[in-house]
Write a protein that binds this ligand. Structure first.
Ligand code: 4AZ
Length: 295
């Protein structure tokens, strides 16, 4: 009887209370957008995002002097301890001491920090073992924070797609980040930008006048045939997010990785597929948290 009651309780819970990937040590809820649940509608060709629109978005920043930090890459909150980003964010920083970098959570305008902002240091950096910077293969990395992230209305964990989700049919997709607003620009955007993008099948993305085979099975392409709207430098590591038509919630399906320039025709943004790397992500987080418990 008790067991039946339990099964009944499980069956009536909203889906997001159920830990959908077995053994995934992320919070049971993810993908919540308490402040802004609707997308009203730069990145290149985007628009200012409303504060709280993408509460899992992280700004990965490097110190440039005693007081100043520079936005370098985006990231996504996976749980109170881990941030997902791109391996290539650390490519030209092999000799940098990443433990002096900082992670900014809950941000919208990076020059103005409100009370909702949280800042953490990095306590561990895990780059994919077979990351190949030549071809941006396995462009994925995890960062752990020095103190747990505390969620609020502006700071929430992301969902990852289920292993069984068909990402290719998702049509409601967005990118967001503080990357440059134009290919030639050097300064990152102060205000978080967002843009709607279309997933482009890998076969089309790999055609001769496009990337000609440069896109791997571990990648997703998103943007427009004509260009005009795209991620760019500084958006790297940040999320490509699609609304799952069944779950009606956004999942981070891609990590901004590379592209030929920004917003050019037949050169859409290329993203690392989080579904492809799901096992890697889960294994790393699990083994890191179990070894922490043993200490
Ligand atoms: C970059 O340099 C970069 N248009 C990121 C994304 C894209 C191009 C370049 C995609 O980090």
């Amino acid at each position: 009887m008790k067991f039946q009651l339990f099964i009944y309780a499980i069956s009536i819970l909203p889906w997001h209370f159920i830990d959908y990937t077995t053994g995934f040590p992320q919070p049971i809820t993810c993908g919540n957008r308490p402040v802004s649940d609707d997308v009203k509608s730069r990145i290149v060709g985007g628009r200012d995002a409303q504060p709280g629109s993408w509460p899992w978005l992280v700004s990965v920043q490097q110190p440039i002097d005693e007081e100043t930090f520079l936005h370098l890459c985006g990231g996504s909150i996976l749980n109170t301890h881990w941030v997902l980003t791109a391996a290539h964010c650390f490519k030209n920083h092999e000799n940098d001491y990443v433990y002096s970098w900082r992670l900014v959570f809950g941000g919208n305008q990076l020059s103005v920090f409100g009370p909702e902002i949280e800042i953490r240091g990095i306590s561990q950096k895990i780059v994919h073992e077979t990351y190949d910077p030549e071809i941006e293969k396995n462009d994925v990395a995890l960062l752990s924070v020095d103190r747990p992230i505390i969620y609020n209305r502006y700071i929430q964990p992301a969902c990852l797609p289920r292993q069984t989700s068909d990402v290719s049919v998702m049509t409601d997709c967005y990118i967001a980040g503080w990357g440059v607003l134009e290919e030639e620009a050097t300064e990152p955007s102060d205000i978080l930008q967002e843009a709607q993008v279309q997933l482009i099948p890998n076969k089309r993305c790999n055609s001769p006048s496009w990337y000609n085979g440069g896109v791997g099975i571990y990648n997703l392409c998103a943007g427009y045939d004509k260009g005009g709207i795209d991620s760019c430098q500084g958006d790297s590591g940040g999320p490509l997010m699609c609304k799952d038509p069944n779950l009606r919630i956004f999942s981070v399906v891609g990590i901004t990785s590379w592209g030929s320039g920004c917003a050019q025709a037949r050169s859409p943004g290329v993203y690392s597929s989080t579904q492809y790397f799901l096992t890697w992500i889960l294994e790393k987080i699990e083994s890191a948290s179990s070894s922490r418990q043993q200490v």
